[in-house]
Ligand binder design. Structure first.
Ligand code: ADP
Ligand code: GLC
Length: 492
């Protein structure tokens, strides 16, 4: 099975959030399961700086507009995973992030930047480039590669099937209809059944309309996005395609996220011996300027500062949280008013520490050093940090939605298999109620240890998700499935 996995970010090359963690780990898990996988990314400066064995592979010429485009082959810095980099300096060689400039403003030509990425993916998938490799499956991710299944279908190439994975329905890649000719998209595709969304071009919808299969990153979110509350206007299309839609829960890259081997920690630890966690906690309290009290539960949050993550619930309940006896540590970046509110909260309250910015190592130290991990998300397609927290014995307090509902079980029930604390209504009282249960259990050491052990023993490794994706790919390419079932003898 040959798979082209196209994405706009991948850890450890370039990362703004969970998509990078997925694109960094899932292709490697598919390769480990025996597939021939290439990960396609734009050749941003940080990608060119970090990737290994970069070689020119093919010239694609100008694809959209006049910027020259070529493909490079390369390898991940820390593995043999093969990369196909879309190199076009006028589009990608810029100081700033993958989607925005240094001030957080969207690049004005994002339609071209991700149009070119998508078209390059479709061309490789259609076998019309000189790279000497054509995949059986084109796997696109989110709006940035949403046009790839559309370009592939419109090219008429018969053999390659496409899958699109939704990591977040909220971000749709909307652009004015006027860019259609620049993207070389036929006017005929701009319909309600195609790329059009309320008079605009939606790159996400392009993927949903044209991909052979749609997946999202948890079973619960797959159901939720078929409703008006979570579908952002695409619930009708998703419900109509529900036979082609399923949820595959993300995994955890335990090479990156294990307290037993994590080099960013003050002391490593395991489920059998958690002594090092106390050291991590006091080191963190020290680092953040919090009172180094081992008995006081430390509740932490790491994430994008946006209402999706329920940051408003956390900020508005800080006094009540402190009254429950917890310390609070928050690491995040995002919307300016939340960054400001957090900075002010840290000044206003003793026992609250906030760090604004993006800091991969500090994220590890917080997840290890905290006792409770806060994720009161309004919606959460999967959520990775609650799974990381569980592995570090940090019990999550989560809203019962999306992947949070699929990965966390209420602690304290008979049998002792619970791993965290859940609530339903996105309201302060409900959130504080779940936190209160966590704080109460923290004081009851035997129950806490039982829940902590259950959390640390959860296995969300990528092998399972890779297997599920392979089933999906095989169902789309039945000739290859037969090859697998009976032992492949020829070129299938
Ligand atoms: P989302 O993709 O919605 O942001 P996920 O939980 O799937 O949420 O993944 C978020 C990823 O980004 C995790 O790896 C998390 O550790 C990381 N992350 C988010 N914010 C920060 C930050 N401010 N500093 C460091 N890492 C962060
Ligand atoms: C998105 C979602 C998050 C998910 C991640 C990776 O950013 O918000 O829930 O875990 O993608 O799939």
């Amino acid at each position: 099975m040959k798979i082209l996995f196209a994405a706009s970010e991948a850890f450890p090359l370039v990362k703004t959030g969970g998509l990078a963690d997925v694109a960094g780990a899932l292709p490697a898990a598919l390769a480990a399961a025996g597939s021939d996988v290439r990960l396609m990314l734009p050749a941003y400066p940080e990608v060119l700086a970090r990737a290994r064995s970069i070689e020119p592979a093919a010239t694609l010429g100008p694809l959209l507009g006049d910027a020259p485009v070529r493909l490079l082959t390369a390898r991940m810095p820390d593995s043999d995973l093969e990369l196909l980099l879309v190199d076009s300096p006028p589009l990608y060689e810029r100081a700033g992030g993958p989607y925005t400039d240094a001030h957080g403003v969207d690049w004005p030509d994002n339609h071209l930047r991700f149009g070119v990425l998508s078209l390059a993916a479709a061309k490789v998938a259609a076998g019309t480039t000189d790279v000497g490799w054509r995949p059986d499956i084109l796997h696109a991710n989110d709006w940035q590669t949403g046009l790839a299944p559309a370009y592939l279908r419109l090219s008429g190439a018969p053999n390659t099937r496409s899958v699109v994975t939704i990591h977040n329905m909220r971000f749709q890649g909307l652009f004015p209809a006027a860019v259609l000719p620049e993207l070389q998209l036929p006017a005929l595709s701009f319909t309600m059944e195609g790329l059009e969304f309320h008079g605009q071009l939606s790159m996400l919808k392009a993927g949903l309309a044209f991909a052979d299969r749609i997946t999202t990153v948890s079973p619960t979110y797959a159901e939720e996005i078929q409703t008006a509350e979570f579908g952002y206007g695409m619930e009708g299309l998703l419900a109509a395609r529900r036979r082609d839609l399923s949820g595959v829960l993300n995994g955890v890259d335990y090479r990156q996220w294990s307290p037993a081997s994590d080099e960013s920690l003050a002391q490593r630890y395991t489920a059998a011996d958690t002594a090092g966690k106390a050291t991590c906690k006091s080191a963190l309290q020290h680092e953040l300027g919090l009172d180094a009290d081992p008995a006081r539960p430390l509740a932490a949050m790491v994430g994008r500062l946006t209402e999706q993550k329920g940051i408003d619930l956390v900020v508005s309940t800080l006094p009540q949280m402190l009254a429950l006896g917890v310390q609070v540590a928050i690491l995040g970046s995002g919307e300016a008013h939340w960054e400001q509110a957090l900075t002010e909260a840290a000044h206003a309250h003793v026992g609250v520490a906030t760090r604004i910015g993006y800091d991969e190592q500090l994220a590890h130290r917080i997840i290890a050093g905290a006792d409770l991990f806060l994720m009161p998300s309004r919606f959460e397609p999967c959520g990775l940090t609650q799974m990381y927290a569980m592995r570090y014995g940090t019990l999550p307090v989560v809203r019962r939605t999306g992947g949070l509902a699929d990965t966390v079980r209420e602690a304290g029930a008979p049998g002792g298999t619970g791993t965290g604390f859940l609530f339903d209504a996105a309201e302060p009282e409900a959130f504080l109620g779940a936190l209160q249960r966590g704080v109460t259990m923290y004081a009851d050491r035997p129950s806490w240890r039982l829940a902590q052990r259950a959390a640390m023993q959860q296995d969300f490794s990528w092998d399972r998700a890779a297997d599920e994706y392979l089933w999906i790919y095989r169902a789309l390419a039945p000739h290859l499935a037969a090859g697998t079932a009976w032992g492949r003898t020829g070129g299938a």
